[in-house]
Every structure is written in C-alpha cells, then in structure tokens.
Design a protein around this ligand. Structure first.
Ligand SMILES: Cc1ncc(COP(=O)(O)O)c(C=O)c1O
Length: 448
C-alpha cells in the first residue's frame, strides 16, 4: 500500500487520534505487514527490530511457532464457545495457571483485555472487603476503559476523561530519580508512602478496598519502586483491611527475570494479580488470580466477571501454550540475561554520553531517562524524540514514556526470545543515535 493511499484512508475513514498522543500521526510511521521473532517488516519490506514487543503482546516473539501451531489446531476444532458450559482448553488453562501461581494465589478467571482484568480485580477487592476506595500510584497506568480503569490510570491526564469513577485516588509514586519530596532513599524511610497514606486516610469516605500498583511502572517511565516499598504497602493494606492488587500486565510471566514482577520483593504476597499482554502469546486473553479465601468472600457477596469471548477455547488454548512456553523455554532466565547485556552496553554508553541520566528497569522492561544536564536533571524531551527518530530510521523500534510532561524516557521491551546478536545490533544503533545527537548538538553550539 503506497503512502498516498495510507494518508487518504486515514483522513477519510479512520477515527481521528489526538495529535499529541502516543497514537497520533500514525500515517507518518511505518505501516506494518508481517512479523517474526523480534522483527517487524513494513510495506516497503524494511525490517525493524521490535523493541516494544508489539503492544507488549509479543514478548514470546512474534509468530512463535508453537503458538501458531496451537492456534491453527484449535481453530479447526472449536474457536468460540459459551461461558455457560465448560470447555476443555479452559479447564486446562485454569489448572496450568493455578499450578504456576505462587501460593496462596490459586483461583483464576479469564477475560479478554488487560483493562477488563483490572476492572474485575477492583470489583473483586470491593466485593471481598465490602470497602469502596481504591488508591493507586500517580504515575501508574492500568487501562483505557472509559470509567474505572482510566480513573486509576493517573499517568493519563484525568482531565481527558468526561467523568472519573468515585472512590479512586492517587498516592505519590516512589520515583526515586525525581523524588517528589526531594529526599534520598533509604534515608527518606519511604516518606512518600507515609505522607500519602496520611492524606489517603483523611480522604477515604468509608472502608477502603484496595491498593493497586504495577511492580515496575511501565508507561510512567519504567519506575522501579525502592526495596521495601511494596512490603510497606502490604503492611499498610493489612492495617486498613485493604487488599493488595498487583497489575502484572507488563511485568508478569517472565518479563522481569522472575515469573511475576512482585517476586522481586521478599515477603510480599498479593491478594490479587491481573495478567494480560503476552498471556495469549499474541491473542487477547487476560486473567484475574486470587486466593481461595478472597474468591469465596467476593462470590458470597455476589461477585462475578465474564465477557462473551472470555472463555473461548481458542484464547484459552493460546493461554495454556504461552504458559508452557514461558516455562519450557525459561523466559525469566532469558529476560534476566537480556537485562544484563543491555544494561552493560548502556552503562558503557553513559560514560561517554552525559545525556544518559538514569538506566533502570528489570528483565526486558527497561528504561533510559535522558537529561540535558545530570545535576539539574532537566528533561531532554526534544533530544529523546531525535534519538527515537534516528533509531526508527535505522530500523529499531521502541516507545518514549514518562510522567505527564516528561517525555524523556526510552522504554525498551524486546521480546524475551531476542538473540544476543539482535540485542547487540539494537545497542549499536542506539550508540550511533547518541553519537549523532552529540554531533548535532556540537554543530548547533558552534554556530551560536
Ligand atoms: C500495566 C497495564 N495495565 C493494564 C493495561 C491495559 O491493557 P489493555 O490495553 O489490554 O486493556 C495496560 C496497557 O498498556 C498496562 O500497561
């Protein structure tokens, strides 16, 4: 499809997207045609290393051969089914997931999108506790449905919504590189949490229901809460009769180097976790997992959650195969190895390029924060865009992220199947981008 036809189709038929959003100006970006492994190919046949894993749904690699085989096979047997009767792939998936979950998590229900799983998790916590208020981190993102999940996606400007759900409020994100309280960890003793909870307690209108958080905040700019933070959150939840929900959409099933992102913090056991993204190996299926006690309390109070396609054999078979692949191919181990290789390369670059302010993240969920000067930490939004453009031109795709007006964090999310050669190739493009940026900046300042 040529560029003119793309533009015409977008202008004439496509629902418009806000120019400034991360999905704005799509007609100026590559139009993708096929994909394999860590590579996507556009309509001109140009290949790109996909260091965003699609929309994070391709963390097992695009078109994983085992996924393709299971999907093909299931399509010929039974694609869709009623959720008023059981089907075999669904039963198999409950069992496989149940055995994989860290105890006491064991019960699961299935839905379609990540947002579905968050809505269902919050409903579950409310029904199980009888409480209402839900708090989340101010740089968190938990979904795009127009009411509940957007209301707890504080990193998406709430002014964009026509209305927000009641009993949803944010607390400060422990963003240590830019501490909102200008303190230093560990001497801060997690003051951000203490002060936030004091405010939250003052604002609760009744019995609170839950805290929701990402083990690593992805869209907010790859923010890794400091050691002990989630343990303190767990204690705060227990003290208030609230449940702890982890949104593992982006951190679950191997991506951080452990099976689940919350397992990096010792002694933290959530009541509920939500999984999605690569859970379907490329197809949309999500899950809500909880303890038997939480499930029972909620169901006794009338809880249920489903969707017309929630228990489709096609999606459940894909879910089961993806879990098997995660285990058989040691995805957590692969993610940890990729992390080490990328961080080593980036640390080397940071010695040469002052613009690298911070390198962070876990496994294949990594972030590089760019600043024009390391002392003031002035966000290098413009330069980050130039790095993005250079890399895209040279065949490396990733996304730019950050909290609100900060658009200075490069988020790298390579599929866990990415080879060493592909990692090195990506790092070499990245290095060249930084070098070319430096040359442009020097040229600009010599002209002044
Ligand atoms: C952490 C997190 N939770 C939930 C969602 C929502 O998932 P979905 O877009 O599948 O509804 C996203 C989407 O990017 C996400 O990053």
């Amino acid at each position: 499809m040529d560029a003119k036809r793309v533009r015409n189709t977008v202008r004439r038929w496509m629902f418009p997207t806000e120019g400034g959003s991360y999905m704005g100006g799509l007609e100026n970006r590559p139009v993708l045609q096929h994909s394999y492994g860590s590579t996507v190919v556009d309509t001109d046949g140009k290949e790109y290393l996909d260091f965003q894993s699609g929309q994070m749904g391709a963390a097992l690699g695009h078109q994983h051969p085992r996924m393709v085989a299971v999907i093909e096979k299931t399509m010929k047997t039974m694609m869709h089914s009623t959720n008023t009767m059981l089907n075999v792939p669904r039963l198999r998936l409950h069992e496989r997931l149940g055995k994989l979950l860290p105890k006491p998590l064991e019960k699961s229900l299935f839905l379609v999108s990540g947002s579905d799983s968050i809505e269902a998790s919050i409903d579950l916590a409310r029904k199980a506790t009888g409480g209402m208020d839900v708090i989340g981190l101010h740089a968190g993102l938990h979904g795009s449905t127009s009411y509940l999940t957007r209301s707890v996606s504080f990193n998406w400007d709430r002014r964009k919504h026509s209305i927000v759900a009641p009993a949803t409020a944010s607390i400060l994100t422990p963003y240590c590189y830019r501490c909102p309280l200008r303190l230093k960890f560990p001497s801060c003793e997690l003051q951000c949490l203490t002060s936030s909870l004091e405010l939250a307690d003052a604002n609760f209108t009744g019995k609170p229901a839950a805290f929701i958080g990402e083990p690593v905040l992805s869209a907010g700019g790859i923010i890794v809460p400091p050691k002990g933070y989630y343990k303190a959150v767990r204690e705060a939840c227990d003290a208030r009769g609230m449940l702890l929900i982890f949104d593992e959409a982006q951190t679950g099933l191997g991506k951080t180097g452990k099976m689940f992102g919350f397992q990096h913090e010792e002694g933290v056991s959530p009541d509920i976790i939500a999984i999605s993204k690569h859970f379907g190996g490329g197809l949309p299926i999500s899950g809500v997992c909880s303890t038997a006690a939480v499930a029972k309390k909620a169901v006794d109070n009338g809880y249920f959650a489903t969707r017309s396609h929630a228990t489709d054999p096609l999606l459940c078979a894909a879910g089961e195969e993806s879990l098997k692949i995660v285990v058989d191919e040691d995805m957590p181990g692969r993610a940890a190895r990729i992390e080490r290789r990328i961080k080593r390369a980036l640390r080397q670059m940071a010695k040469e390029f002052e613009i690298i302010g911070d390198i962070r993240g876990r496994g294949v969920l990594l972030g590089i924060e760019f600043v024009t000067d390391r002392k003031q930490k002035t966000p290098a939004n413009e330069e980050t865009k130039q790095i993005y453009d250079y890399c895209l031109e040279k065949g490396l795709i990733f996304q730019i992220r950050g909290v609100r007006d900060l658009k200075n964090v490069v988020r790298l999310v390579p599929p866990m199947t990415t080879t060493t050669e592909e990692v090195d190739r990506a790092m070499s493009v990245f290095y060249d981008a930084l070098k070319s940026l430096g040359q442009r900046r020097r040229r600009r300042s010599s002209k002044r």
